[in-house]
Design a protein around this ligand. Structure first.
Ligand code: ZN
Length: 177
């Protein structure tokens, strides 16, 4: 196991569409090594999730810690389908965009299909915070960062976010005259 270096905003790997993982790869040592390194890296960085491109591996793998499950879940080749037109706006952060938070609107209820590292397929529905984390991580697999989806007026450095998050949020919903 090893803690990998996290790719930061501006690194081209974060903008590439990641490759599908063939199911035949799941039993290989190199694949298992990627998973253990992803786990060690996300724990070290104290993140809620990590996508393989963030450690310079352009494959469709995410690891995430959401309420529905005990501990970190690994998803291989995940696909997301929104199940509602209702969006919720929350502040997101990203290990690849350190020191910032940004308000992003995303569908509140989604379906996720994919495979577990065992090769077994899953098909789940998520709502609220878990749906947000899942969409953020899976966006990484298509080269999309949360800042792409954020209203620029909803971006803030961490210290300003801590002081002004409610004012920032309010400003996004106030019609300009
Ligand atoms: Zn991220």
């Amino acid at each position: 196991m090893a803690i990998r270096k996290i790719a930061k905003l501006g690194h081209p790997i974060l903008r590439k569409k990641a490759e599908l993982v063939p199911l035949s790869a799941l039993q290989t040592e190199s694949f298992k090594r990627i998973l253990s390194d992803m786990l060690e890296t996300v724990l070290d960085a104290d993140g809620a999730g990590l996508a393989a491109p963030q450690i310079h591996i352009s494959k469709r793998i995410v690891i995430l810690d959401i309420d529905e499950f005990d501990g970190f879940q690994v998803w291989i080749n995940p696909q997301i389908t929104p199940l509602t037109d209702e969006h919720i706006v929350t502040f997101e952060g990203c290990l690849s965009v350190p020191g910032m938070r940004g308000a992003v609107a995303r569908p509140d209820h989604i379906r996720v299909t994919g495979q577990h590292p065992t090769g077994d397929s899953f098909d789940i529905e998520l709502e609220g915070y878990s749906a947000i984390v899942a969409q953020h991580e899976c966006d990484h697999l298509d080269g999309i960062l949360y800042i792409d989806r954020a209203d620029p007026r909803g971006l803030a450095f961490m210290s300003e976010y801590k002081k002004y998050s409610s004012i920032i949020m309010e400003s996004l919903f106030t019609e300009e005259e």
